[in-house]
Ligand binder design. Structure first.
Ligand SMILES: Cc1cc2nc3c(=O)[nH]c(=O)nc-3n(C[C@H](O)[C@H](O)[C@H](O)COP(=O)(O)OP(=O)(O)OC[C@H]3O[C@@H](n4cnc5c(N)ncnc54)[C@H](O)[C@@H]3O)c2cc1C
Length: 593
């Protein structure tokens, strides 16, 4: 049961958590394990409990149209992409983005978590990361041998948590699509990654999902971290409550302490006191907004919006890092003996598969599981050229970088040189590409190159002191040319897979980008125009030394404050090659030990 306003307004809780999403609910569940502390979660959206459209896997993207489940954030015009404004959907309501995401449970290469420590964050290394994440994982290996012939993996050897509250498993429907994809990648010379969930995803991997294998439904922050503990007397959750700003005072040690949180509920303002910590978990897009409105951030930004500066932290809303993707799709022959997600666009087929889902069958029990993580040098002969060009440009501009960025770029260049598996490809069972839309009655397969180590850095800043005015989201796509160079090489490699069996035997033609996009310049132009966010934005309140533009210390405490913590993807100092939900669990678990 969620709370009423009377149970919250003007009361005091030990911990006030702003944002009941992926990280916020994990944190609340962990903190409230101690029955001596009281925990409050303020969530701007609703509860969205037991919504079939959320629980049903295979409904990718359909949530975007539902204003109760999704925030329709939008970027500012992107200069390098013809002034395009991009939609940056995020989950709204309990569970946050974990209620609308694609359910992929992937984990980064161990070196990339160790890089957090190299950047000045003692204790933030793979060993600890794996410890925290495995407390969440409730991995269930396929019991019926259905993946044995595809994967050839002994799941008992996987180092993955098996006792945690989040069901992680392979989906109900794994068929020829996955067999075709994996075999094609194998025939293209890509090795298998045998330990994708324990720090070595390099190669082909079938990645499990946040998927309940018994009910064939989505597992997410709500099912794992809210529903099972909702009746704890020391846990209070207020929905439709939007945190606006922290009311702070200067403490005896000269630092700022947050005494209370001002929030909006049904068009009225309220306040709630925090005896211990205020934890910001509004996600990488909104957490910097709350800090700035509370007077913590860049002086020039706060001056512009007439908010008085309490703690000057030039890193707030900076160092924003994105993952990008760009699908290549092929039209399939009529004779293929499997069905793809394309059929769900047809109402008759969708109705049939809804019925099947109630029996644990059909396309709605399908998920995205086929992946390969490749070093650039494995898929492109231009890896050294791209490295040298990027390095020369970085060295030439080093004097312009904010403190701390050069250290990040040094690691990013090393990753290219040392063959870090940064070029991901995602096998999607259906149409997932632009600009040509799918044609009715046709089926497609897509292989989606994804960029995980973008060099471009964006910003997220408030443009008004009115909390209802969204901040300006500016990812600065392709500001660094190396991002486009690497993406183009990935696209070129993916297109060559059309000549590799078994894929080549199943396809009629390339649908996107299509045969008209042939030479280097055309591919470059297509990639620049049609690359999309993977919704993995991170870094907007980076955990770095303060002199390196850091916002939080290794305990996730905001510099210059006694009790303000940021506990979501905002703190990632340098992005990693993995989907982000697992990282978020580690972040929220880390402060509870
Ligand atoms: C469409 C989509 C697909 C994705 N696919 C995958 C995938 O397959 N695998 C994967 O690992 N990752 C995926 N991701 C990314 C992953 O889901 C997110 O990185 C992760 O869920 C972010 O967690 P968070 O806690 O930082 O933010 P969120 O989960 O977004 O939580 C933030 C919460 O804060 C609330 N909020 C915002 N502002 C306020 C405020 N002022 N006051 C109170 N509450 C507030 C929001 O309503 C929300 O509930 C996807 C994301 C999206 C959007």
């Amino acid at each position: 049961m969620t709370a009423d306003i009377d149970e919250v307004s003007d009361r005091t809780f030990d911990y006030v958590i702003c944002g009941g999403g992926t990280a916020g609910l994990t944190l609340a569940a962990r903190l409230s394990e101690d029955s001596d502390v009281s925990v409050l979660v303020l969530e701007a959206g609703g509860t969205n409990l037991d919504e079939a459209g959320i629980l049903r896997p295979g409904s990718w993207g359909s949530h975007f149209a539902n204003a109760d489940w999704t925030w329709p954030y939008k970027t500012v015009k992107q200069k390098a992409v013809d002034d395009t404004e991009y939609l940056w959907f995020r989950g709204k309501g309990l569970g946050g983005s974990s209620q609308i995401n694609f359910m992929v449970w992937a984990k980064p290469p161990k070196e990339e978590i160790d890089d957090f420590e190299r950047l000045g964050n003692p204790g933030w290394n793979w060993k600890n990361y794996q410890h925290y994440v495995s407390r969440t994982e409730g991995f269930v290996a396929p019991s019926d041998g259905k993946l044995d012939d595809i994967l050839k993996v002994d799941f008992s050897s996987w180092e993955v948590g098996r006792e945690g509250p989040m069901e992680i498993s392979f989906p109900g429907l794994v068929d020829e699509v996955e067999r075709c994809m994996v075999q094609t990648l194998r025939n293209a010379g890509i090795p298998s990654a045998s330990q994708p969930l324990s720090g070595d995803p390099n190669g082909i991997c079938l990645v499990p999902n946040t998927y309940d294998p018994v009910k064939n439904t989505r597992s997410y922050a709500t099912t794992a971290f809210y529903t099972p503990v909702a009746d704890r007397p020391n846990l209070t959750v207020l929905v439709h409550a939007t945190a606006h700003r922290l009311n702070t005072r200067e403490a005896a040690n000269g630092k700022l302490s947050a005494a209370s949180v001002e929030f909006e509920y049904k068009d009225r303002l309220y306040s709630v006191d925090a005896a211990k910590d205020v934890c910001l978990t509004a996600g990488a897009l909104k957490t910097p907004h709350i800090l700035e409105l509370s007077g913590i951030g860049r002086k020039d930004i706060l001056d512009k919006i007439s908010v008085s500066l309490k703690v000057e932290l030039p890193g707030v809303g900076e160092n924003v890092q994105e993952h990008l993707n760009l699908g290549v799709s092929w039209e399939l022959k009529d004779t293929v003996d499997f069905e793809t997600a394309d059929l769900l666009r047809d109402p008759t087929h969708a109705a049939k598969h809804l019925e099947l889902h109630s029996k644990g069958l059909g396309l709605f029990t399908k998920a995205v599981i086929g992946f390969a993580f490749n070093p650039l040098k494995r898929i492109s002969s231009l890896s050294d050229v791209i490295y040298e060009k990027a390095k020369a440009k970085i060295m030439a501009n080093a004097h312009r970088f904010p403190p701390g960025l050069m250290e990040q770029y040094t690691i990013q260049l090393e990753r290219i040189k040392n063959g870090a598996p940064e070029c991901e490809v995602i096998c999607f069972p259906g149409h997932f590409s632009s600009p040509a839309p799918p044609e009715a009655g046709k089926q497609y397969l897509s292989i989606v190159p994804a960029m995980n180590h973008c060099f471009s850095r964006g910003t997220i800043h408030s443009i008004s002191s009115d909390p209802r005015v969204e901040p300006e989201f500016d990812p600065r796509y392709f500001e660094q040319e190396v991002d486009l160079d690497i993406l183009v090489e990935s696209v070129k490699w993916v297109r060559t897979l059309a000549d590799v069996a078994p894929l080549k035997n199943l396809i009629v033609c390339e649908h996107n980008p299509g045969s008209k996009i042939a030479n280097e310049e055309e591919i470059r132009e297509w990639a620049r125009k049609y690359a999309l966010t993977t919704w993995h934005t991170a870094g907007s309140c980076s955990m770095l030394p303060r002199e390196h533009s850091g916002v939080v210390d290794p305990e996730l405490r905001v510099y210059g404050t006694n009790n303000v913590r940021v506990v979501d993807l905002s703190v990632v100092p340098l992005h990693f090659a993995a989907h982000t939900t697992s990282g978020n669990r580690a972040i929220s678990d880390s402060i509870c030990v």
